[in-house]
Design a protein around this ligand. Sequence first.
Ligand SMILES: [Zn+2]
Length: 454
Amino acid sequence: MCLVFLSGCSDRKDLSFEAAYTIDGDLYPEGRIMNYVEKAVITNTGTDSTKELYFHIYANMYKHLYKVEDGDIAVTSVCDGSGNMLDFKRMQEGVLYRVKLAKPLEPREATEITFLCEVLIPDLERKYGISPDGDIQLPSFAAQLAVYDENGWDTEPLPEEGDGRYATVADYDLTIRVPEDYTLACNGTELSCETGDDVKTYRYYAEKRRDLVVAACKDYVCLERTVGNTTILGYFNETVNCVTPDNMERVMDYAAFALDYFNSIFPEYPYDTLVVTNAALGSNVAVNMEYSGMITVYFDTLGASTGSRMGTYHEIAHQWFYSLIGNDENNEPWLDEGFATFATGLCMEAEGTGNVDETYWDIYAITDTTMQGDKVNVGADEAEVYDFVIYNRGCMFLKHLMDTLGPDKFLPILAEYCKNNMYGIATTDSFLNTIYAGTDVDISSIVDEYIGKN
Ligand SMILES: [Zn+2]
């Protein structure tokens, strides 16, 4: 018998990239249209060449996930910096695009790819579209280079559960024009806002981000807080249920508390702005959501108390676990959801008021026990019950580790894990290796309970 090892025959190349995007667009809320030109400068930092590149437009997943009839981001043409029209293929209902280059992109070379895009903005369904209250939320509309990892290009279909995003950090330079009576919010830093001919022109720069998001509304109430080197900018639509002046102030206070607290235990938040906006209401559903430098918060009927407080803490925790410390949300979603749920508990403890704090861990412990034996490091669609396994058991795995090592030992290890993976892509292995390097305490039984083989 002859064993043939195939690893040397793998199609995988040594490819890695840096990406920077310049986007110039016009938003016409009345016509529910946004048109934009996007120039992506892609630099090959690997040692092999490539004849093709893959891009994600994650906003197109919402149409598919939420069964929205209308609304799409259509790429109408793709060309390179020399003006050559490039052959491109729309895949996975517009979530993935393959672009064939006119000539191979060699190591240390850069190429410019220009996308012409048309957005038909649908009625809001959860995170994307125009709400009856006039909130416009447009997350992840830009074409962004797909990740090339040890398995090659990430062309996996998105999961039915969770957010499914997987992105390296990149720089985004956005210029966008809106009618004069609209105010725009964006996860980047606002560089300028000029008004002329009934049009406002905003320019933003978002450095080292995993996505680009804009929100727009006619009558945003704007609030501010300062935490360390960061200005928290609040943009709130007062016509939305529960978005009252008092509740806006509360949510801003929650955001300031969480940012300050997480700054004290994790590497300091590096961006000069963090945007908080109310989650838009569509079909009576509104969701909290995290983007790189922006969060949406649902103002609950309890007057922005319990739910909005936990929601704000959770989404701000995602500024570390998802944004600064990236992960593959399709294959290892517990690395952002489990960590954000755990960090929310820490924040509640640090605040130390009310019964909610005392019972926070207990709530998660119940489902943790129910799902005993289920491994947390599974793909989004593999989890038996997504929320219970990924959020709750992910959170309780970290809680058990903290209880075993003690917070004084565990939290510095967690900070070290953040430092090691800052702006990178973390994995379950990188987390475990950071713990093993940081302690001699035997944690094998806890790891065996929660972590399965990759
Ligand atoms: Zn989350």
